[in-house]
Design a protein around this ligand. Structure first.
Ligand code: RTP
Ligand code: MG
Length: 148
């Protein structure tokens, strides 16, 4: 079953949006296969955001993502990578549609509440950066892919 990495960033945790965001994801039909609250280290943040190294917003991004705890979750389901990305909405909340997480809960691109993987390769790499195989659970009720 396809998996994606969801991060509820420090702003989402501090603003008490964890239940709201996970509720939307569960109600959509996706499953939480692993989850933890963690203050992301500079080292892991550097690996996670390696593609943005050297960009103007990179140091601000690293400072922010390591500033206080985030919720890290592996989400599983049919077409979950595109599905959760669509639920997150466009990167800049000013462009995100209402009804998306960023469109409903954010106003600044630097504090846009969630991260979601953008493809199968980044999903695999990002999950491995934060979770061991032992931390990822299998859902025994996932008999059909549309139920997962
Ligand atoms: P994410 O990786 O967090 O899911 O976001 P994304 O794919 O929609 O956006 P990405 O291009 O990967 O950028 C990563 C994060 O960097 C921050 N950012 N700031 N100040 C800026 O112009 C700027 N551009 C991007 C955002 O917080 C974005 O989520
Ligand atoms: Mg990205």
């Amino acid at each position: 079953m396809e998996k994606t990495l969801l991060i509820i960033k420090p702003d989402g945790v501090q603003r008490g949006l964890v239940g709201e965001i996970l509720g939307r994801i569960e109600k959509k039909g996706f499953k939480i296969s692993a989850m933890k609250l963690e203050k992301i280290s500079k080292e892991k943040a550097g690996i996670h955001y390696a593609e943005h190294a050297g960009k103007g917003f990179y140091s601000e991004l690293l400072e922010f993502i390591t500033s206080s705890p985030s919720v890290l979750a592996v989400i599983e389901g049919k077409n979950v990578i595109d599905g959760v990305r669509k639920m997150a909405g466009k990167t800049n909340p000013l462009e995100s549609d209402l009804g998306t997480i960023r469109g409903d809960f954010a106003v600044a691109v630097s504090h846009n509440v969630v991260h979601t993987s953008d493809g199968p390769e980044s999903s695999k790499r990002e999950i491995e950066n934060f979770f061991s195989n032992e931390e990822i659970q299998t859902h025994i009720l996932c008999t059909e892919e549309w139920t997962c």
